[in-house]
Each structure stands twice: as C-alpha cells, then as structure tokens.
Design a protein around this ligand. Structure first.
Ligand code: CO
Length: 206
C-alpha cells in the first residue's frame, strides 16, 4: 500500500470511465496532439488551466510558472513557445494570471523568500514601471506585460512576419468567482502590439 494509492485509484477510475464514455479516445490521442491554444499561466493549484475553460486532454498546450511570466532568457518558456508556434501551429497564446497571486504579492513585499525573489524581480520592474501599489491591479498589469513579452519574442515576431495567424490574449482569473476576465490585450500583429498593450494598461487604471 502506498501513501498515494488514492491518486492512482482515481486515475484508474478516470481512465476506465473515459474509455467507457468515449471508446478509442486514448488510441486517438496517442497518435499525436493538435491543440489550438497555448496557455501561459501561474503554477497556483487553484487555477487548473484546461479545467476552468472546459478543455480536455489534447486541447491545451500549457506552460505554468510562478506568476505566469514570459522572461526573454527563460529557455524553458521559450522552448514551449517555440514548439507550440512552430510545430503545433497553435492559433492562440493565452497569458492568464489571477487575482490574489502569491507570486505577485511576494514581489510587492519586502520579506525575502529565497531563490524565487530573483524570479519575482521582473514583477517589481512592472510595479515600478506603472507605480502601482495594489495587488490585483498589479496582477493584471503583469499579465499585460507578459503578453507584450510574448509578442516581442523572436518566435512570435517571426511567425507574424511569415503571415501566420497567431493571436495573443491577456486574461485574469478571479479566484473568488471562478470567472475569467479578458483584459482587452488581444493582438495579432507586431505593429499594433505597443498600442494595444498601452491601451489595456491604461484601462486597468494604473
Ligand atoms: Co499566482
């Protein structure tokens, strides 16, 4: 008996139920994935990406880290983005943050935590840029800035230069209601990126 038997049991029940309801489901999934969306979200356990937008296995390519960041030197995030855009040909990249984000809160606080302080330094830069001192507006502005970062990667710039259909989106999830708000930062062209980011940030009211 293992301490995680309840999880393995839940998995067995889920797999059996799925096969019963949709015969051939796993056989088909095993042949490859064709998700239309890449999700860049927070690692927070309360924001289970595909679940909150009603998608199942094979429908959402995901990258999650603390405070949903796309940092230009983060090889892991860049690799995910490149694979999603170049190989999987996703049509939408969604950056989804959430209100009450512990990572954003830690960035605002003066208490040292550890290695993560270096990771959260980027959010302090966002805070300084917009001079914002409330948690939820900063969570939203962080999303907007990460959409901007995605749009300025060589990967997305090249995709747009090649005339590919690729739209970036900025969303924020409300832990208290389970609802997602679109922050109005959807952009599908490099030459509109700055204006859309600026307008979305202004609406947040920083
Ligand atoms: Co978070």
């Amino acid at each position: 008996m293992g301490v995680l038997d309840h999880l393995l049991e839940a998995n067995r029940a889920w797999a059996e139920r799925t096969v019963r309801e949709r015969p051939g489901f796993f056989d088909q999934l095993a042949t490859g994935q064709h998700p239309k969306y890449l999700w860049i979200g927070c690692a927070d356990s309360r924001v289970p990406a595909s679940r909150i937008i009603g998608l199942g296995p094979g429908e959402l390519f995901e990258h999650r880290n603390i405070a949903n960041q796309m940092i230009h030197s983060d090889l892991s995030a860049l690799s995910v983005l490149e694979y999603a855009v170049k190989v999987l040909h996703v049509e939408h990249v969604i950056v989804c943050g959430h209100h009450g984000c512990g990572g954003v809160a830690a960035a605002m606080a003066d208490e040292p935590v550890g290695i993560v302080d270096n990771w959260l330094r980027h959010i302090r830069d966002v805070q300084r840029k917009y001079d914002v001192h409330e948690l939820d507006p900063l969570c939203e502005l962080n999303v907007i800035e990460q959409v901007s970062n995605v749009g300025r990667t060589t990967i997305v710039e090249q995709a747009w230069r090649d005339g590919r259909s690729l739209t970036l989106h900025g969303w924020v999830y409300d832990l208290k209601t389970g609802r997602i708000k679109d922050l109005g930062a959807s952009v599908d062209r490099r030459d509109r990126l700055e204006a859309i980011i600026e307008a979305a940030a202004t609406r947040i009211g920083a």
